[in-house]
Design a protein around this ligand. Structure first.
Ligand SMILES: [Zn+2]
Length: 256
């Protein structure tokens, strides 16, 4: 039996109503944009986090195009359909970027949220066209659970490239888009976003380790065992909680 080294909060006894689920999702989504800004994943207009609506699985909550991540509030989030047409909210959506996410969501009905940005270490690592190695305990969360999209052909403008990225992602939690950056997914906003932050740091770690010398890899047997301990959806959700608590205390206006 695998031991989860996480504190397990008491589970709710009653299922949440749809409006309560939607509010929960939008609060975590707005908080995630604030976190992306804090971590420096806020260059220009690149980057997206999409979240499937709990009532209409073909509709997605997303950031308004061109709005600074560090200013996004719950009330700023917009709802778009699978074609990228805005259903709720007055802002525009970045249809080019949304083309990737919409097709990834179509390929993976289990995926509630997908996160992507041009983070410094993720995009640097992506130029090597390699998967991450199990160098650290944290990196084991991605062991045999991420893929490489080895096919850069310019800014994504059509859904066919989104389909190919979805195919490359397969059943994994993350895909490295060569010469572009990282894309992570989860069955919750919490997990998708925590995996993104963690994966960018794992890229940073491997870049530093390989610049300094020849790092020692964790043996496959133990990498696999550690994956079972730290790589689950639940692990991602729990690891997101302290980040959520921090950003909520620092920037409570995100709930407006
Ligand atoms: Zn991009």
């Amino acid at each position: 039996m695998t031991t989860q080294p996480f504190f397990e909060p008491a589970t709710a006894t009653e299922p949440m109503s749809i409006p309560a689920q939607r509010l929960h999702l939008k609060q975590r989504l707005a908080a995630s944009f604030r976190l992306f800004a804090q971590y420096g994943y806020d260059e220009g207009v690149a980057g997206h986090i999409t979240a499937r609506d709990p009532e209409n699985p073909e509709h997605f909550w997303v950031n308004p195009f061109g709005m600074y991540f560090g200013h996004i509030r719950v009330s700023d989030l917009i709802l778009v359909n699978a074609e990228g047409e805005v259903i709720k909210g007055r802002a525009r959506v970045n249809r080019a970027a949304f083309a990737i996410h919409s097709r990834v969501h179509a390929a993976r009905p289990d995926v509630i949220a997908a996160a992507h940005s041009h983070s410094q270490y993720g995009r640097t690592w992506s130029t090597l066209g390699r998967l991450l190695d199990p160098l650290t305990q944290d990196a084991c969360a991605f062991y045999a659970d991420h893929a490489l999209f080895d096919d850069y052909t310019g800014v994504v403008l059509d859904t066919s490239e989104g389909d190919r990225i979805g195919k490359a992602l397969g059943s994994n939690k993350a895909v490295i888009l060569r010469n572009h950056g990282l894309l992570t997914v989860g069955a919750s906003v919490e997990a998708a976003v925590f995996w993104f932050i963690s994966m960018d740091r794992c890229c940073h770690t491997q870049l530093m380790a390989e610049a300094a010398g020849k790092p020692v890899l964790i043996d496959p047997e133990y990498a696999s065992k550690t994956y079972g301990q730290v790589g689950s959806e639940r692990g991602g959700v729990l690891s997101f909680q302290p980040l959520y608590a921090r950003i909520l205390r620092e920037q409570p206006d995100l709930l407006e």
